[in-house]
Write a new protein. Structure first.
Length: 113
């Protein structure tokens, strides 16, 4: 409150506002730091190379026939050419549930019967 009264008094007598008050300087420094962080982050994101998916369909589970895999890959590559959006399909087989002391263990959780 005393700072506010001092500012009003200085403006009343024509001395102008108090320059260099601690709170204003800290606010200005924080804003400048924020702008620098945003600029450096944006520059880093723009400099990062784009990843190109070479094989859009990866069937490690053996679910698709070669014809199905190639057909899906053609569709995904055509979609990328048309829209610029890359999509990849990854098919994997999960480990079978194994019986362990009266319960089944799989995928990180225990299923009791």
């Amino acid at each position: 409150m005393a700072v506010g009264v001092e500012l009003l008094e200085r403006e009343r007598i024509g001395a102008g506002p108090v320059v260099g008050s601690g709170r204003g300087v800290r606010l200005l420094l924080a804003a400048a730091l924020g702008v620098l962080v945003i600029l450096f982050t944006a520059a880093y994101a723009l400099a990062a190379p784009a990843v190109t998916i070479l094989a859009p369909v990866n069937d490690h589970a053996g679910v698709l026939t070669p014809e199905e895999r190639d057909d899906l890959a053609r569709k995904l590559l055509a979609h990328r050419e048309r829209t610029g959006v890359q999509i990849a399909v990854l098919l994997v087989s999960l480990p079978r549930l194994q019986r362990s002391s009266g319960s089944y263990v799989g995928m990180g959780r225990r299923i009791t019967r």
